[in-house]
Design a binder for this molecule. Sequence first.
Ligand SMILES: *[C@@H]1O[C@H](CO)[C@@H](O)[C@H](O)[C@H]1NC(C)=O
Ligand SMILES: *[C@@H]1O[C@H](CO)[C@@H](O)[C@H](O)[C@H]1NC(C)=O
Ligand SMILES: *[C@@H]1O[C@H](CO)[C@@H](O)[C@H](O)[C@H]1NC(C)=O
Ligand SMILES: *[C@@H]1O[C@H](CO)[C@@H](O)[C@H](O)[C@H]1NC(C)=O
Ligand SMILES: *[C@@H]1O[C@H](CO)[C@@H](O)[C@H](O)[C@H]1NC(C)=O
Ligand SMILES: *[C@@H]1O[C@H](CO)[C@@H](O)[C@H](O)[C@H]1NC(C)=O
Length: 903
Amino acid sequence: MMRKTLVASLLVASARAGCTVESPRCYADRLYVRILGHDNVAMGPITPQYCAQLCANGKFALAGTEFGSECYCGDKLTGTPRKSTECKTACNGDRKQQCGGFWSISVFDVNCSGAPEPPPKGPPKLVNPCLGDTKFSKMPFCNSSLAIDERVADAVKRMTLQEKIGALGTDTPAISSLGLPRYNWWSEASSGVADAGNLQTTKFPYPITTGMSFNRSLWTMVGRQIGREARAAMNVGQAFSSFWAPVINLAREPRWGRNIETPGEDPYLTGEYAENFVRGFQEAPEDPYHVQASACCKHYVANEMESTTQPDGEHQDREHVDSEVSMQDLVDSYMRPFQTCVEKGRVTSLMCSYNAVNGVPSCANDWLLQTIARDNWGFDGYITSDCDADDDVFSKHNYTKTAEEAVKAVLHAGTDIDCVSFVPQHAQSALDKKLISEEDIDARLKMLFRVRMRLSHFDPTGPLNSISYSEICSDYALKLSQDAVRQSAVLIKNLQGTLPLDRATVGTIAVIGPNTNLSQSDAGYYGPKHPCGNRFYTLLDALSSEGQVKTVSALGVPTVLSEDQSGIPAAVELAKGADTVVLAVGTDLSWAAEGHDAKNISFTAAQQALIEKVAEAAKKPVILVTMTATPLDLSAVLANPKIGAVLHLGQPSVAVLGIAPILYGESSPAGRTIQTVYKSSYQDQISIFDFGMRPGPSKYARPDCTDHTVSRCPKGTNPGRTYRFYTGQAVVPFGFGLSYTSFVYSIIKQPQRLSLDALGGLLGKLNGPGQTFPRTADVESAMMSSSWSQLAEFVVKVTNIGGRDSDDVVLGFLTPPSAGKDGVPLKILFGFQRVHIKAGATATVTLYPSMLDFTRVSPDGHFSVLAGEYGVHFGVAETHAFGMGYVEGQRILGAESPTRYFV
Ligand SMILES: *[C@@H]1O[C@H](CO)[C@@H](O)[C@H](O)[C@H]1NC(C)=O
Ligand SMILES: *[C@@H]1O[C@H](CO)[C@@H](O)[C@H](O)[C@H]1NC(C)=O
Ligand SMILES: *[C@@H]1O[C@H](CO)[C@@H](O)[C@H](O)[C@H]1NC(C)=O
Ligand SMILES: *[C@@H]1O[C@H](CO)[C@@H](O)[C@H](O)[C@H]1NC(C)=O
Ligand SMILES: *[C@@H]1O[C@H](CO)[C@@H](O)[C@H](O)[C@H]1NC(C)=O
Ligand SMILES: *[C@@H]1O[C@H](CO)[C@@H](O)[C@H](O)[C@H]1NC(C)=O
């Protein structure tokens, strides 16, 4: 009886879920008078019910279908009704059935409740040949009780040579010997699942924003949500399983076009981000045995430039460049986040980069791929080439004389899959010329199938198959994406409490600047083009608080790069009439993105003029919101008393809505900068072509030299890159960030003297050939057995002495002996912790440096113990005068006992 009721109520519940479509009306919908707008929110086959769902996601009242594959959303309807026969309504996802009609739209009320309406089923992208009673299900590769390598070997053995060759390319054709349809290895997901068939997916802020939160659990939860949406999309047949995120190259150069995709300039911070994002993405709590979705740390390595032509005519781009990097910089800067990603993040993929490193293209570099990643770090996963990077080995780097030799070079180095098709195209002829053998191909395929096995492509249905479509664009996901912006915003300046604003007294806000409405243009970059509800929220939406606050807006200058100043007078008038002025300035994808580097680290003259004139005209000091991915010189902005506040958001994209609680004071900012802000003269001193981290003479001409004979140009000087090496005065230093409240730090426990004997012992064992990096597990066990974590522990008391509850980010830095000399960094970040502290309350934060923080790396890339006195401090000195916590500890003596050598 009980049981029956339960079943009955479940049936009722499931009947109510989804969307109902009642009494659709037919309207003419001509090209120039589209009655629900031009924004088609469908990305593939639809049903009227699914269209209603897409519109419900954006809280629209009306939905309309047209041509059977288009869906429009709106709130108001004005148009010419047509006879209902001109619109068809019965479509079920088959493109040949036209629901709606030819320039006629079938419009209906949005009426959805309960679990979301799923997309119409197309042919699924993933097919498990081992399910059910098929001929494959009895084969060893389908037997989940066998060891994975045994299954992999069986699968590879069954493939024909032609299938094997096809499987070396990212868009792998069907493999009938294994019952597999086509599989595409290439998907993107660094700020949300991109291109998931006809699904909308959650758009997160770019990593250049989320990095600033210094919150490991946020990175894990963002990674996890993206990974869950990926798996949910696989479950409804809309996605493959391998995603090429995150980007963990260092934002080592302010002009680099892809800074937006990175979590900043510091190798330790970047490694922490990689570990947390990747583990969140790959590891589902309900299934510890499988990979939820495969992540990929890219681009390995020293890839940090796109395409730049200097005034002297010197040109470099990523596909030709041979990044000349000292072993010292490779080992202690560029490669370090990759080691963390592999060893602590347990990532299942790496991507070899376009560039060469010291003469060897990354994808043909067996030292990078085999010796370091696989042998040294124990990488267990597949390596993909960047797209066409294998081809570039031959055609751009001219590293080999023939295409077939390039195939040999990349396969032997350990590149498993070729994006897109160079290797499959030339593999047969490389076999014919006996440059490679079938075993070489098998070795690569085994890496690929291992990952597919771990993704559960050949296993019985398990918990991952139940990850529901309703997790995509859920309220939780939207809140998380917006909260990431709240957590990451950095308050750089705040005179006399310019911020926060009060909704009750703020009056009319004028939002002025070329980034006022930024989000639609950048949303699709390495993330969903169609965010949840197709809502492209802007800073204007965040300020208006759903209409509670009156806003007016003007761009002032049409785009971030435009030098057209004709709109400034109107913007000035708007500012004069408003009670509060917010300037929205910075960069967008036209300024810098994949394929092109920024040309400048200053605002354009037009943006500068807009800022000055609007600030001058406003009734009271203005709020400047910087949305930049490449840091711009803020000297003038910081010196201008008419600019009351500077709030830095990075590139928040549509999640910018989440900044409202900071603007209106429900939450206090606690983000910290992750890129050094340099003076504009920096860009004249050092070329982007110079990969040196450490200060010194550059072999490249000064970038401001306009003589077209490069040899006549004076050489540049590297002032050092990033806070670890920059010898100049930063405009805004790394780690900077203010709050609405004040903090006091005191150190209640710290080491005085640290024995580095265990470290010496560990490094002493590093003399095997090719063993460059101490393994993370070895470092951890050396720390464990010498009680390092207790001996090296710092306990910092953090007291919130202001009147507001707030988060604080505690940053711990070490200053090594002989800092700034002989390649030793000026300081290093050794730990960080984000904490929430109520007004008047105290928290204790415990941090300890790694043993490896007491080493130096020699010019030829060898680690050695760096004994001597280390300085330590918590917080950033430049923020102390603004009420932020800052404390210096006593110096610590790091020493090796001389007797160690005699016992
Ligand atoms: C909405 O759908 C429910 C069924 O799920 C139906 O009972 C109701 O009448 C519909 N409302 C409108 C306004 O169409
Ligand atoms: C799977 O492998 C196990 C272990 O070798 C074996 O006992 C079992 O019979 C195999 N199952 C099938 C269906 O072949
Ligand atoms: C490199 O190889 C490509 C393709 O074979 C050729 O077009 C180009 O001229 C070569 N460049 C150099 C510098 O040899
Ligand atoms: C920004 O977008 C909103 C909503 O689409 C629009 O009303 C406003 O005019 C736009 N502002 C500017 C300055 O383009
Ligand atoms: C950078 O911008 C500044 C100010 O807009 C301008 O004076 C300078 O010439 C620009 N530099 C380059 C390299 O474009
Ligand atoms: C870190 O992020 C998580 C996830 O958003 C959040 O729950 C937590 O409160 C944050 N921690 C702090 C100290 O802000």
